[in-house]
Design a protein around this ligand. Sequence first.
Ligand code: AMP
Ligand code: MN
Ligand code: MN
Ligand code: MN
Length: 299
Amino acid sequence: MQEYDGLDNFRIMTALKIDLHSHTHYSDRQLSPEELVMRAHNMQVDALAITDHDTTAAIEQANAFQAQQTRQMQIIAGVELSTAWHGFDIHVIGLNVDIHNTQFKQRLDEQSQSRERRALSIGEKLTKCGLAGVYEKAKTRAGKGQITRAHFASAMVDMSYVDSFDSAFKKYLGKGKRAHVKPQWITIEQAVKWIRDAGGKAVLAHPGHYQLTAKWLRRLLVQFKEAGGIGIEVRHPRISPQVRQQLAIYAAEYGFEASVGSDFHYPNKWTELGRNLSIPDELTPVWHDWHLDVVEIEK
Ligand code: AMP
Ligand code: MN
Ligand code: MN
Ligand code: MN
């Protein structure tokens, strides 16, 4: 293992395929940790962070599976924490967290219980709207994983209560809709503290997804920075070239390290592990001070 610094380090490392945001069936999508790791190999990914919603349950399984592979790939222990900020659901990614940290595990358990309580309330509201049995179906779909609104939406499609996943949000599950339940998520400050206490780096997930005005996005960035946030995602799916450029400008302006992630949930034509995730030259990658075993340097 070797350490490098400065520009040299950066140029070489960007040649690697690094994807720091992905999901397994322990949160809201379908691949097992093994299937996700296998897919990442097929996509020639060199470092993959698994960042399920409010759980690190996939990491040990993914590591065990990776240990049997011949192709090198570094699995980064990650998590995506839900936070509440002025009525917005803001997601904070923790990278390189210690999944064995007892306090961290307890904290994640609390957030899971909060998820479960919200899920029960969503189910009750849907029943009142005449859509019975959705909670049970969503729970079955979630299996051992965290129950999310995505499970509710899929269950509603399966039960023919709505004609598409998106319309489940538009009609029932979205903010201000009939079965919306205000989540009791932690604050941004708590999320950053949880991640730091577990030895990780806190990264603001997909800043282009919150539909915030420029003024509010700046407020968010300032508050995240003050809380101890280290990086922001500057490349993530479904953003325009303009927003992408703006995120790079914000990262430089506020002194954030740059993270990148596909936010891969399931195979589809819009997102793929490790695709289009290069970062602008002038930014410091969030992995600049990591020991990536996969790095092979030619001197
Ligand atoms: P939760 O963390 O339980 O609130 O669920 C969040 C998940 O639901 C996200 O990761 C998305 O997969 C999905 N989701 C949230 N809002 C929408 C929306 N407006 N349209 C489609 N999917 C959404
Ligand atoms: Mn998700
Ligand atoms: Mn997210
Ligand atoms: Mn995500």
